[in-house]
Ligand binder design. Structure first.
Ligand SMILES: [Zn+2]
Ligand SMILES: [Zn+2]
Length: 368
């Protein structure tokens, strides 16, 4: 606990009432400061680790300092009780200055096998999809280049394709949208199935064509969103051997990613998985935690009804930004409330089942 700075005693011979007023004026703000600090201090200074190990399956990094980001992530493992951290590449477009892909950090990540891993394609495959949407060209030559780039990333050592997007609001990277059953997404599903690696997909839910939610600005976002759940289901059915992780459950900015929608899709598509993310600075419109921090009963029932289909993907950036609350912490406070058998699956077993060629062997090796 931080101590508040001491205040000098008031000893001047002022009338008693004036002294009382002064003391009150000093104490009230101090008391307020003190109680708000007391509420925040435990999370800020003493992180609460996961009660059992977990794999952080969706994290980002400072691309301007890859070595520093890797140091920060490795240092976080023990503090969080994370068995591994998987970096994702933010979905981006060719027009966005500063676009990058896995190569920017891959050599640093490879220095920590079994502790860190990375997906790829957010800065290239995803940009190719956005370009193809804009030009309307998804012809054979475009498909050939797309396949070559995907295979190059795999040869270099990425463990999946991510972070891809089909509907992404303006943020670190620009507004982006593409039909999830676009020919290049279908090709990506075939490549993911062939190489047995997953696809990580960021997609705000829009069950029907709809205006942009009124709390978001256009521009930079599009004024209308296209229905994407039916095309998403066509993408999932296209190649049932392709494992697809729908990112950011708990970070829903349209309000349509409900328990009911998630349940229906999980029932219909055995190749669909979901990442849990709870951001204390940006609650989604269908947030799994109540004001008391407890998991809402309908979400808890979803997690326990489909224990094999969820992973932890808090979207934490490394190094952890100093001015933001910790996404990993809030997500782990949810994780810690899960029943022990479900927690074990969501923590490590499901990630191992999804990433059979990479995370699974790392976790096995760590056990032996
Ligand atoms: Zn995302
Ligand atoms: Zn992300």
């Amino acid at each position: 606990m931080k101590r508040l700075p001491g205040r000098p005693l008031i000893t001047l011979s002022l009338p008693a009432i004036a002294i009382a007023a002064l003391v009150l004026a000093v104490r009230v703000p101090l008391a307020r400061q003190s109680s708000s600090q007391a509420a925040k201090l435990p999370a800020a200074t003493e992180p609460i680790p996961a009660v059992t190990p977990f794999v952080e399956e969706h994290a980002h990094f400072d691309e301007k300092d890859p070595a520093g980001a890797v140091r920060s992530a490795v240092a976080a493992l023990g503090r969080e009780n994370a068995a591994m951290i998987v970096f994702q590449i933010s979905p981006d477009t060719f027009e966005h200055p500063g676009r990058y892909d896995a190569e920017i950090i891959l050599s640093e990540v490879k220095k920590h096998p079994g502790k860190l891993a990375i997906t790829g394609g957010g800065g290239s495959l995803n940009a190719m999809i956005m370009k193809s949407v804009a030009t309307g060209d998804a012809g054979l030559e475009v498909q050939k280049q797309f396949k070559a780039r995907a295979e190059e990333l795999l040869r270099e050592g990425v463990i999946g394709f991510g972070e891809m997007t089909a509907e992404h609001f303006d943020g670190f990277t620009p507004y982006q949208a593409a039909p999830p059953d676009h020919p290049l997404f279908l090709l990506l599903a075939d490549l993911a199935a062939e190489h047995n690696v997953p696809i990580d997909l960021h997609m705000e839910a829009a069950p029907q064509d709809m205006p942009l939610p009124s709390d978001l600005m256009s521009p930079p976002n599009a004024p209308r969103l296209h229905a994407n759940i039916a095309p998403f289901e066509r993408f999932l059915s296209h190649n049932p051997r392709a494992k697809v992780i729908w990112a950011h459950l708990g970070s829903d900015f349209t309000g349509f990613r409900t328990v009911e929608l998630d349940r229906r899709l999980l029932l219909a598509h055995p190749n669909l998985y979901m990442e849990i993310k709870t951001d204390p600075d940006a609650h989604g419109k269908t947030y799994p935690l109540g004001f008391d921090g407890k998991i809402k009963s309908d979400w808890l029932k979803l997690f326990t009804d489909f224990p094999d289909r969820f992973v932890i993907g808090s979207d934490q950036h490394y190094p952890v930004p100093k001015d933001a609350d910790k996404r990993w912490q809030e997500t782990i406070l949810l994780f810690n409330q899960l029943p022990a058998d479900v927690r074990k699956k969501i923590g490590t077993e499901n990630v191992a089942a999804i990433y059979v060629n990479s995370v699974a062997s790392f976790l096995r090796a760590a056990k032996n």
